[in-house]
Ligand binder design. Structure first.
Ligand SMILES: [Zn+2]
Length: 394
């Protein structure tokens, strides 16, 4: 693992070097002044480390301007390692290949059957990864890690998917271990809401923030929480299960076994059930959102009511965590103000005024790509810093 040449680096120097690398990797590109501010290192130390990283081919440095002044921007070299993101959804599989300079080199999504077995899903993912790596022109040994998103909570101790996961045939399977064996690459796993939060934090509506929540409303409802710039998972990995906040003790039975959970009022299956009697046929959430934009009153009403219920959950989150921004993801986010307005109304009604005042509620800017880009960001945040150096020097 170590790439030290004898006697050349003290452990302090090594630690400083890794701090610089981590800052650049999460931001994509930073000026030397920004690196100094972000890491607390002196300008001279940053300058020395950047020179060293440049000589080893780990970073590239370009002239730019910052606030009208000349500056030098530092980004990781495109050759410093390849990352792969895989997002398994309820009905889709999406794969992206990117480099550490935050460039997405190849990306593709494919529909999958909701009742597909885990083994079939992995076959499909494996084939897609192989094809996209070939398309991007990289050998598998250039990959420093794979980020894998699954639609359900991952048990921190066993790595197994919990029973409330949306893919019925997957319960009890440890998807990270399984995929790592098949691909022969290190795999980092997280649930889709956490990855959506990471994607929006690094590439989208959450850039530059350190405290936010990403709420994904689709078949299920979940939240990814970013606290102090890091995903908060809780000791068991189930933090952010906002879909199972109880709204009505006598409400409909939820797949978690409780009654009246938020999800039973706003999950796509429940919303579609409300509209099927009047609209009939093969309804989907994207179709309902489209009809609402065209002025269909029933669809608008159902979306507005869902917004009010989501807002009740957001108000609770706001009181507990005081995030700066709540980012809405999933199909319902495409309804824009039709859903965001009612969310804000509920937040104004139920949250503590001082917490509500600091909160903005916005749609995600990455759409359906948030999770797969978050999977890339997961590798960037979790892969050891030495791996990028090792690849660059090999
Ligand atoms: Zn529930």
């Amino acid at each position: 693992m170590s790439t030290d040449t004898p006697g050349s680096q003290s452990s302090l120097h090594r630690a400083n070097l890794e701090r610089v690398l981590r800052a650049v990797r999460m931001a994509g590109s930073l000026t030397q002044a920004e690196i100094a501010r972000g890491t607390g290192l002196s300008a001279a130390t940053v300058s020395n480390i950047v020179r060293e990283l440049k000589e080893s081919g780990t970073v590239v440095v370009a002239d730019t301007s910052s606030g009208g002044r000349r500056a030098r921007s530092v980004s990781l070299s495109g050759d410093a390692g390849i990352v792969v993101g895989i997002d398994f959804g309820h009905t889709h599989l999406r794969v992206a290949v990117g480099n550490l300079a935050h460039r997405v080199l190849a990306e593709e999504s494919a529909p999958i059957d909701v009742d597909v077995s885990a083994a079939q899903g992995f076959d499909h993912a494996e084939a897609l990864v192989d094809r996209l790596l070939a398309e991007a022109g990289f050998r598998p040994d250039k990959v420093i890690g794979v980020g894998l998103g699954v639609p359900g909570p991952i048990d921190v101790e066993t790595g197994a998917l919990g029973s409330t996961a949306i893919l019925p045939g997957w319960t009890g399977i440890a998807p990270g271990r399984e995929l790592a064996e098949r691909l022969g690459m290190p795999v980092h796993v997280d649930n889709d809401a956490n990855l959506g939060a990471l994607g929006e934090l690094v590439w989208g509506a959450g850039r530059g923030l350190s405290d936010l929540a990403y709420i994904k409303v689709a078949s299920g409802v979940g939240a990814g929480l970013v606290v102090n710039g890091q995903i908060y998972r809780g000791p068991g990995g189930t933090a952010g299960e906002i879909g199972h906040i109880t709204l009505d003790e006598a409400g409909p039975v939820c797949r978690c076994g409780n009654r009246g959970c938020l999800e039973t009022f706003v999950g796509s299956r429940y919303l579609l059930n409300l509209l099927t009697p009047t609209l009939g046929g093969e309804l989907s959430l994207p179709r309902v959102v489209e009809l609402a934009h065209q002025g269909d009153l029933g669809c608008r009403r159902v979306i507005a009511d869902a917004g009010r219920q989501i807002g009740t959950g957001v108000a609770t989150l706001c009181n507990l965590l005081n995030p700066r921004r709540v980012i809405l993801g999933g199909d319902l986010a495409d309804a824009g103000e039709l859903v965001l307005g009612p969310i804000r109304d509920s937040v104004a009604r139920y949250a503590i005024p001082s917490a509500a005042r600091q909160l903005s509620v916005v749609p995600g800017t990455l759409g359906g790509r948030a999770e797969v880009l978050g999977a890339l960001a997961l590798v960037m945040s979790e892969a050891g810093d030495s791996s990028a150096l090792a690849v660059a020097r090999s």
